[in-house]
Design a protein. Sequence first.
Length: 163
Amino acid sequence: MSDAGWIMSSNPILIYAILFGAAVIIIWVAQLINKRKSEHRRIAAKTGPVIDRFEDPSKALKPDDVILTKDDSKRKVLLWWERSGCAEGVCGVCNCAVEKQGGYIIPLTMVVKSSSYLDLAVKPIMEFGVVRDTAEAQITEQILAEKTPWLVCDGCVGMFFEG
């Protein structure tokens, strides 16, 4: 019989002691982590409000925000750029690079209401014999499932705003 087998078979108290010690260490580490989180919260509360950084354009829009003009959209994208920490983005329409401070934020509801965008988006699907209404329904469903407004470049923004 090996030494380890002899210890485990002849001394169950030792096994319980080892398990108890491991449990104590796990509890101690969890308490240490919670203590550090509490200290961090206290320090954050003393230093004042923190501006959230967000890399996702959806955080720059609140559910009750209304974007009616290019100026509204530009203000929102500038807020996003300010808080995102990102150096560049990608246009949701043409996939070109959008440099910092550039582009516009377009809510998904505006994307699916844009006949200019839908005309562009349905062409590849219709080449496979899909009827236009079905293609539009598929695209609309996909876009609305994203939950994230689009960053759109200066060249593509005309699809969403007149003039």
